[in-house]
Each structure stands twice: as structure tokens, then as C-alpha cells.
Design a protein around this ligand. Structure first.
Ligand SMILES: [Zn+2]
Ligand SMILES: [Zn+2]
Length: 189
């Protein structure tokens, strides 16, 4: 098994603490890379990660791969599952890895105990994986925006094919379907 100590050191800085999520996330990421015949030290510019959680393991996948949200290489699905898929755009191959155990050390034990707790398990004891197919719509791909539209209601630009067509007009999702926020006052411009 790969020595995960260097990744744990990075994870402690990036995530702010060592927790089961860091250990699991590092090992899941290394497993997914291995299954795709990739290594953390490779140029991973063609890698896209699909996270099914925005909890601790999400940060660990960044620490191992360097893949970031702002480069359109991280897609977050709020499934609430400790699972992630890695897609290699170059080969088109993708694998999904998920955690199969609900065993966890107590949350407040010192980090050495957290780490030791997981050392007794082999990857096969705690993870399952499968090859999967992942469709990447044009608007989801890294690279320059495919198109930019302007919302007929709010006037803001909408990139990456995220616009909604209604009655022959183009809207942003917030105007078309309701937003996650509620304005408290007029927009200052
Ligand atoms: Zn954590
Ligand atoms: Zn709008």
C-alpha cells in the first residue's frame, strides 16, 4: 500500500485537521488513480472528480490530485454519500469508489489513533469500486465557455449552457426556477 504520510501532512494543512475523512479520502483517491493507471505525481489535467459529498473526504481528493473546482474538474453531487468517481477524459475511463464500512473511531481521539484505526484495514475491507460510464455534456467540460447568454429578467450573463429557455426567451436558473437567496433590498449598481 502507498505510504499516505506525505498526503496526511498536506491534508492537515489544507483541511485543518486529521480525521477519518482525510484518511479515507486519501486512500479512496489513491485507489481510484491506481485503477485508472494514474499516479498523483502525473500531470492530471485530464482528470475530473465527481464528489457525492461536500464533507471531509472532498478536501482529501484535492490534496491527492491537485484537481480543483475552479478549473471545472470537480463536480459536486449532494448525494450525502461517502463516494467519488474519477473520470480520465483522455482515456474516457471512469471508476466510482465508495466506503462500505460504517466503522469509525470516536471523533475526538488524537490523530495518531485516527490513523492507526484505519491502518488495520486493507482497501478491499473498507471500499468497493466499479467501472462506470460518465457522460460529460459540452457545458461541463473544462476549457473556454461554449456560449454566454444574457438573462432576459435580471440581465446577468449565464455561462456554460446553464441557461433556461422559456417562451422563446433565455433566463438564468435563479429567475426561471427560484434562487437559493432572497434579496433583502434593491441591487446596487
Ligand atoms: Zn475533517
Ligand atoms: Zn436572471
Amino acid at each position: 500500500m502507498t505510504n499516505i504520510t506525505p498526503f496526511l501532512e498536506k491534508a492537515e494543512k489544507y483541511h485543518g485537521h486529521i480525521c477519518s475523512g482525510q484518511v479515507l479520502g486519501i486512500r479512496m483517491s489513491l485507489m481510484a488513480l491506481r485503477l485508472l493507471d494514474l499516479k498523483p505525481e502525473d500531470n492530471l489535467r485530464d482528470l475530473v472528480i465527481f464528489l457525492e459529498t461536500d464533507r471531509c473526504v472532498a478536501d482529501a481528493s484535492h490534496v491527492v490530485t491537485g484537481v480543483t473546482l475552479g478549473r471545472r474538474r470537480v463536480k459536486v453531487y449532494g448525494y450525502g454519500k461517502t463516494a467519488m468517481s474519477f473520470l480520465d477524459l483522455k482515456s474516457g475511463r471512469a471508476v466510482r469508489v465508495h466506503v462500505t464500512t460504517s466503522d469509525r473511531p470516536p471523533h475526538d481521539v488524537p490523530k495518531q489513533e485516527q490513523i492507526a484505526f484505519w491502518e488495520k484495514y486493507a482497501d478491499d475491507d473498507i471500499f468497493a469500486w466499479q467501472e462506470v460510464h460518465i457522460d460529460m455534456p459540452e457545458g461541463e467540460l473544462p476549457g473556454p465557455p461554449v456560449r454566454v447568454c444574457t438573462c432576459a429578467a435580471c440581465g446577468e450573463d449565464v455561462l456554460d449552457c446553464k441557461e433556461v429557455l422559456r417562451d422563446g426567451k433565455t433566463y438564468c436558473r435563479a429567475c426561471a426556477d427560484g434562487a437559493y437567496y432572497r434579496p433583502l433590498e434593491v441591487c446596487h449598481d
